[in-house]
Design a binder for this molecule. Structure first.
Ligand SMILES: [Zn+2]
Length: 405
């Protein structure tokens, strides 16, 4: 009987191990999308990912806003002082010490299958030690997206896919990076259609519900006039969206109050001063963190990463992540009253409820006493519509949309 018990225990143990979903990453990089233009464009696919995940319209690029240095920072998780790429020729890179995130992840998961697809050849031909099993270079964005769709739908072994979409940047160079220009907005809206195609393919995977996907979308820089490479807000303030199918990323908008610090006051800001803010280099670290559930990227000191992970960790792995655990709002939509519920609370919480015109409806604070906080809120006297609930915890604010019927 004892023997049987041990055998059964082992079977259960193996069963529970086998049930851990494999972690995977889809990274869609859309070149040259200004944050303010993305807000204005009609992008239902990206909106849907943002509404179901973590996003920010205020992430920062702190170095050279050209494509080569920018993609290199994003994919290595370090700024150009380390990866060495300061122009689009990729001269003097240091891929040996600062490789792409795939190479890092393969130190612990050597069997990862990773593919990059781009129409911009330098990102393929000028980069080594990048960890990709396949580097696909095709002529146009539509070809790249079609190849991505095919891989996502059919390749069950695929673990990491990076699809680069380039035409928004090309449109900006040709006609202007400007949210007032229809050409620029149309290009962003077309990229959103392509995002929708990739997401449809991802969700069609035969084993999708048993795979733990993090989907990340971001841009490498904005633009001003017909170019980029400078230090203006239009070039430097970027955005990103992270979405997961099995809860790796909470629902929240990241708005970090930097106080008197403003990256626009500096040509090359001291990156350490902006640790709290969403940054270009966070993308890589978030990807590693998801691909390696048992490895905290911060503790692998030889990697010397500049970015941080935005995953919803509850084990205190990263210095910020734990503090931004999103509030849950229910019911939402509401007929009047609703509850804001927060977990993993470690500090006092304050909240403010606004309408879309910015009119304050109510505000309050909850002193820290327990790691779970429920706040009852009331919109019964307000008209039907959309409201914004800003919640601040440890200096980091999240804005949640609340719909009153
Ligand atoms: Zn670019």
């Amino acid at each position: 009987m004892k023997q049987l018990f041990y055998t059964l225990s082992l079977v259960f143990l193996l069963g529970s191990l086998a049930a851990q979903p494999v972690t995977k990453v889809l990274f869609i990089g859309i070149d040259g999308v200004r944050s303010d233009a993305l807000r204005q464009a009609n992008t239902p696919n990206m909106d849907s990912l943002a509404a179901g995940g973590t996003f920010t319209f205020s992430s920062w690029h702190l170095r050279t806003t050209m494509s080569g240095p920018s993609w290199s920072a994003m994919l290595t998780g370090v700024w150009e002082e380390k990866h060495g790429v300061t122009n689009n020729n990729y001269s003097n890179p240091n891929w040996t010490e600062y490789p792409y995130f795939v190479t890092r992840a393969k130190e612990f998961r050597p069997d990862i299958k990773a593919v990059q697809i781009t129409s911009w050849d330098p990102m393929s031909s000028q980069v080594t030690n990048d960890g990709w099993d396949q580097k696909v270079v095709l002529g146009e964005d539509n070809d790249c997206v079609a190849a991505g769709v095919s891989l996502l739908a059919n390749d069950t072994a695929l673990d990491v896919l990076f699809v680069h979409i380039d035409d928004v940047d090309a449109t900006g160079h040709a006609n202007g990076f400007n949210p007032l220009y229809a050409t620029y907005i149309n290009a962003i809206e077309y990229a959103d259609v392509q995002v929708g195609q990739l997401m449809t393919a991802l969700k069609s995977r035969p084993n999708f519900n048993n795979e733990s996907w993090v989907v990340m979308l971001t841009t490498d820089h904005g633009g001003l006039g017909n170019g980029h490479g400078g230090v203006t807000r239009e070039e430097r303030e970027i955005w990103w969206i992270g979405w997961s199918n099995l809860g790796a990323l909470p629902k929240q908008e990241l708005i970090v109050d930097l106080g008197s610090l403003d990256p626009l006051d500096y040509i090359f800001p001291n990156a350490n001063d902006f640790d709290e803010a969403p940054l270009l280099v966070d993308i890589c670290v978030t990807a590693i963190d998801h691909l390696l559930p048992n490895v905290d990227p911060d503790t692998v000191t030889r990697w010397d990463l500049d970015g941080k992970s935005w995953l919803n960790k509850t084990t205190g792995i990263n210095n910020i992540t734990v503090n931004v655990t999103g509030g849950n709002i229910f019911p939402n939509p509401t007929n009047g009253t609703f509850t804001l519920s927060m977990q993993h609370v470690k500090h006092d919480i304050s909240y403010r409820l606004f309408d879309l015109d910015g009119r304050a409806i109510t505000s309050g604070s909850v002193p820290f006493t327990a790691d779970k906080v429920d706040v009852q809120l009331d919109l019964r006297k307000e008209p039907a519509g959309v409201y914004l609930l800003e919640v601040t915890h440890n200096g980091i604010s999240m804005v949640n949309r609340v719909v009153k019927n």
